[in-house]
Design a protein around this ligand. Structure first.
Ligand code: ADA
Length: 755
């Protein structure tokens, strides 16, 4: 039988200056998996996290099968980003792509007696042909998901096909109330004596169906009468076991937990699960955590899934790469409709080798995760038009989509368009359903632009299923103020923005899915925003998972059924001013507010309840009651709110925008948009503009004002944004800048000769 030996303990690790070891290097650092060498520098700012080749080594004894001919595999659950695996000094496998599992048959490289040396060189330095190449998150390096040794008899369920499980289960509900399970498995080197026995057990452990097939022709469909459906609120799982049998002896066994469900998307009706309209409303998630980087344990994964469940979300976009099997398991068990994707993101590379890498990452994603009932969508790219469109890019998308459909006709393909993707054109109608990322109300534009944009697209394209794959804004829980505004990074503005967005989405059930960017703050070494270097702070929950921001609770009010009430502003604890505004979120129809035990009033409303109260100097207990739910906070009335509530750069930026208009006397705000030959313009990429120091300086200042990104070659977000044009960035903003801003910038640029 198969044995799986966990190799997570007893590793030696070295960051620099080592080559392939010939014996276990006792002087290297002792580590346990999961491990990344970027746990701290990947999220502490400076954009200088270590990207290079590091070594891991440990020893193992060769597991023995009782019969001759057994095979031994090393299974790497993921290695960031390229990895070479050696046993006793000889290379067993080289793998590109930092998020999928891969295996190598190392039998011939092992000594039968004594210790074997397993060494893995992981490399997270940039490689042009491996995605992701540039994106808004840290590309952690390391063996961050664990390593196994698998011992199998000579004949066994396949271990060589793109890291897959060797067992494929497709449950299809039948109109009569039962289900048909299509079962297929792959057996390596069977002879005529082998059969595969399938057993399907229900959640209570009782066998409900079984089948037997010869091992060289394993495909079979079996019926399960009265099948219990898998659903968001009732994630019922069956366990399918395939046993490789040689007469009266079981040789090998694999199993999968699966669910019976059917779904579809309709441009007008949105997402339909098991016959019921189910607008998908949820969040995106990255795999990382404070000072752990992406080296999360199974317990960490389940904790994240539970926090998302408590939010009331019914969908998760697992961005921007394949996540851990543990997390997909959690989604199967807790009930989420999942969007899974490959890291084909931000920057397109024409090189055929880069396309091949996309193809292999997509194959791995689908083959390794096919059995998970939570997964409903395969995402083929994200914001790929940042660097512009080309025929090759479109052609590659068609190929990826075709491949996904061939590998898995049972699921829908999807795409996350960057905000400025033209609403008509070759990027549409490639995937089954589509989605846009929009940051109106953050990078630019107003939050109020979101609803009209969605409605316009919907009216113009009644045949496209439209989703909102990303939207969000930063919220830092130490910044507060009575007049929250875009780009002030305050917890209050983030909450206001999400109040608006939750309503926009609630009013548009035809939007098949929406995903808040992001569930948790996450590591992005290149960032430096809001006084927090190295992170993206758009989470509804902080990166350490300790603080649920006020914005978390507005979604809870919209999405959960359990009675809840939440008073906002518990961290905005010291308030000045004659009257204090107290915002309360609840899913109950009525909220009563009490200050120091005295009722201030009852309000009937929908999700958001706003009270105003005059407070005497000193401390006050503010409580809210809504049905059986209760919440309370303590506020102090002060003369002046503490300075720590306001980020100094927020003031500087506001002044900067005003100065752009005030000080620059040569500004032509009504200049016609002209693009004379031989001159720069707002249609040039940042990279092209950077050829002229004068043009670069001009554009840097403008971009900083619009996006708050400091774009200098080689610094911060440069790699990701260098192929964007000022025009593109500002269109993405949806028109947040005062009128004439883009025109005035263009008027300045067209005075500069091209270098
Ligand atoms: C993009 C990108 C995300 C995210 C976001 C942001 O939309 O797809 O990876 O980082 O930007 O926060 O700016």
């Amino acid at each position: 039988m198969r044995t799986i030996i966990d190799l997570d303990q007893g590793w030696k690790f070295i960051r620099e200056g080592a080559g392939l070891p010939t014996a276990l290097p006792e002087h290297w650092q002792s580590v346990e998996l999961p491990h990344t060498w970027n746990a701290v520098d990947g999220m502490d700012g400076g954009g200088n996290y270590y990207r290079g080749r590091c070594w891991y080594a440990r020893t193992f004894e060769m597991p023995r099968q009782p019969l001759p001919g057994g095979r031994v595999y090393v299974e790497i659950l993921a290695a960031g980003q390229q990895a070479a695996v050696y046993v006793n000094g000889r290379q067993a496998v080289y793998h590109e792509g930092g998020y999928s599992s891969f295996r190598a048959d190392v039998t011939e490289l092992c000594r039968e007696d004594g210790e074997n040396l397993l060494a893995v060189a992981c490399d997270n330095s940039n490689k042009d042909s491996v995605y992701p190449q540039s994106a808004d998150f840290t590309f952690y390096g390391g063996l961050y998901r664990g390593v196994n040794l698998i011992s199998v008899p000579h004949t066994h369920f396949d271990l060589d096909h793109f890291g897959g499980p060797g067992l494929k289960v497709t449950p299809r509900p039948c109109p009569c109330g039962g289900a048909k399970f299509e079962l297929e498995s792959w057996v390596t080197d069977p002879d005529e004596n082998f059969t595969v026995m399938y057993s399907i057990k229900n959640a209570e452990g009782h066998e409900v169906a079984s089948a037997v097939r010869p091992a060289d022709s394993t495909k079979v469909t079996v019926a399960v009468p009265n099948a219990h459906r898998w659903d968001i609120d009732d994630p019922y799982l069956y366990t399918v076991t395939a046993t490789l049998q040689r007469r009266n002896e079981a040789y090998d066994e694999v199993s999968a937990r699966v669910g019976v469900r059917e779904f579809s998307c309709d441009p007008q009706k949105g997402f339909i699960l098991n016959g019921a309209a189910t607008p998908l409303r949820g969040v995106s998630r990255h795999q990382d955590k404070l000072y752990q980087g992406n080296a999360l344990t199974r317990a960490d994964h389940f904790e994240d899934a539970r926090i998302i469940k408590e939010l009331g979300a019914n969908t998760i976009r697992l961005a921007h790469y394949q996540h851990s099997q543990d997390f997909y398991d959690a989604c199967d068990q807790l009930g989420f409709a999942v969007w899974a994707e490959i890291p084909f993101i931000s920057v397109f590379n024409q090189d055929p080798a880069a396309h091949e890498n996309c193809v292999s990452q997509l194959k791995e994603l689908i083959i390794q995760n096919y059995n998970h009932p939570s997964i409903c969508f395969w995402g083929i790219s994200n914001e790929i038009l940042i660097g512009g469109i080309s025929d090759k890019l479109v052609e590659n998308h068609h190929e990826l989509n075709k491949l996904a459909k061939e590998l898995d006709p049972t699921r829908l393909t999807t795409i996350a368009h960057v905000s400025m993707t033209p609403t008509s054109g070759p990027m549409h109608h490639i995937t089954d359903v589509e989605s846009y990322n929009h940051y109106f109300g953050w990078y630019g534009g107003k939050m109020e632009d979101n609803g009209p944009w969605l409605d316009k697209f919907h009216a113009e394209h009644p045949d496209i299923c439209l989703g909102l794959s990303e939207y969000g804004c930063e919220g830092i829980v130490t910044y507060h103020g009575p007049s929250p505004a875009c780009k002030d990074y305050s917890e209050e503005y983030q909450a206001l923005y999400h109040e608006h967005m939750a309503k926009v989405l609630d009013e548009r059930p035809w939007i098949w899915s929406s995903h808040v960017w992001n569930m948790f703050d996450f590591g992005c070494a290149a960032r430096n925003e809001g006084g927090v270097a190295g992170r993206n702070n758009k989470g509804l929950v902080t990166i350490d998972r300790r603080t649920r921001k006020d914005s978390y609770y507005i979604y809870q009010a919209y999405w959960t059924k359990t009675p809840m009430v939440h008073i906002c502003g518990r961290r905005y604890a010291q308030r000045a001013g004659a009257a204090v505004e107290i915002r309360v979120y609840s899913n109950q129809p009525q909220v009563e507010l009490l200050i120091d035990g005295e009722s201030v009033g009852k309000q009937a409303g929908d999700k958001v309840f706003v009270f105003t109260a005059a407070l005497e100097p000193g401390f006050h207990i503010v409580a809210a009651k809504a049905g059986d739910a209760m919440d309370s906070i303590t506020l102090e009335k002060v003369e002046q709110e503490p300075a720590v509530y306001v980020l100094p750069e927020v003031k500087e930026r506001a002044e900067g925008v005003a100065n752009w208009f005030k000080l620059a006397v040569d500004l032509d705000l009504t200049a016609p948009m002209e693009f004379p030959e031989g001159k720069y313009s707002v249609k040039d990429s940042m990279e092209t503009l950077a050829q002229s120091p004068e043009a670069l300086e001009m554009v840097r200042e403008a971009v900083k004002l619009v996006t708050n990104f400091d774009l200098s070659p080689g610094v911060g977000m440069w790699d990701m944004m260098k192929s964007m044009t000022p025009e593109g960035m500002m269109t993405m903003g949806g028109g947040a800048m005062p009128q004439g801003f883009l025109e005035s910038l263009n008027a300045k640029l067209i005075k500069i000769d091209r270098v």
